[in-house]
Design a protein. Structure first.
Length: 341
């Protein structure tokens, strides 16, 4: 035979997907949210995302130069981290916030733990929690979308000023849900939630864009369908359980805040999520429980990022508990006193 037999270590799985291709698919999916945020909040939102991406790429490049390691920016993972973090920002956040957040995500959470695939938690989610604790006011000041019926002047002024003076500040749907949770009644337009005509972070408000991104990632088999599915189901069920007249809050809770965005882009991170069959389900349900628990009883209206960080830390333990026994495995019998060895 002229053909050579190539012997390699397991796993013996053939695929055309490389790390770079996977990250590029995620970039394309995130672009739906970038475009939606651009039209909803104006040019300044595009600047925020761009600065977050540039800071993430720059931080990884500088770290590799200082550590004298090969440059790893070609895998595009830093671009993904920057985009996710930028889309988690309010549309008029001061420009230094995404810069510090991206540097923290790349240097502290990713590179100091060994780089891509070795981070203990999702870098963007961890950085967002860090920014929430460090600059709470800047990270929780939201504005209304650009009003095109009045000429849409905020579309440009937001870019020029980069401050809340460019828009009219507005309460997020989550703030209204939290304030009315005790009475079990509120007034929210579901169509506005679906289209993104609400106050919130740049990439989390437009449900249509996130759903399109989810379909894209599922079609190309980039993410595990179990994680977003069981996460969304658990958020719905725990909302029913924790809220008075909970059925009124299910759709608003799913369509507002970071639930859709977190379930599609952050909870599905390869490195920080479980790999066992039952582990991913426990992980997703636990994240849904923590999200609703923080929203209902915690100090922050939005609990998705904190829930993701907590579940990332528990992922190794979940995998250990849900580890399946190999086929044909038999538990060894315990030796009794007097038995011959």
């Amino acid at each position: 035979m002229s053909e050579k037999l190539i012997v390699s270590s397991s796993p013996h799985v053939g695929t055309t997907l490389t790390t770079k291709k996977i990250m590029l698919h995620v970039v394309i999916a995130l672009s739906f949210c970038v475009v939606a945020g651009f039209f909803i909040y104006g040019l300044y939102s595009l600047l925020v995302v761009g600065v977050a991406v540039a800071s993430a790429v720059g931080a990884e490049t500088v770290y590799n130069l200082i550590a004298k390691k090969p440059n790893t920016i070609n895998d595009c993972s830093a671009v993904v981290t920057g985009m996710i973090l930028g889309l988690n920002m309010p549309p008029t956040v001061p420009i230094y916030v995404p810069i510090v957040g991206s540097i923290f995500a790349i240097i502290i959470v990713k590179m100091l733990f060994g780089g891509l695939g070795k981070n203990f938690a999702n870098p963007a989610a961890t950085a967002r929690v860090f920014l929430l604790l460090s600059w709470t006011k800047q990270m929780t000041t939201f504005v209304n979308p650009v009003d095109y019926s009045l000429g849409g002047k905020e579309f440009l002024t937001g870019f020029i000023k980069g401050s809340i003076d460019a828009h009219v500040t507005g309460a997020t749907p989550l703030a209204e849900i939290k304030s009315t949770a005790a009475i079990g009644s509120f007034d929210l337009n579901l169509l506005d939630l679906f289209l993104g005509k609400i106050s919130g972070s740049i990439g989390e408000v437009c449900a249509i864009a996130i759903i399109c991104a989810l379909i894209y990632l599922l079609v190309f088999k980039i993410i595990n369908w179990k994680i977003p599915t069981f996460y969304f189901i658990s958020v719905a069920l725990f909302t029913l359980a924790f809220y008075k007249n909970g059925y009124l809050y299910v759709l608003p809770s799913l369509l507002s805040g970071g639930v859709l965005f977190a379930g599609v882009f952050m909870l599905t991170d390869y490195a920080s999520s479980p790999v066992t069959r039952w582990g991913v389900i426990v992980y997703a349900i636990g994240a849904g429980f923590m999200t609703v628990l923080i929203r209902r009883f915690g100090g922050f209206n939005e609990g998705a990022s904190i829930a993701i960080l907590l579940m990332n830390c528990l992922a190794p333990l979940i995998d250990k508990m849900c580890k399946e026994k190999p086929f044909g495995y038999r538990k060894p019998k315990k030796q009794r006193k007097g038995d011959k060895v």
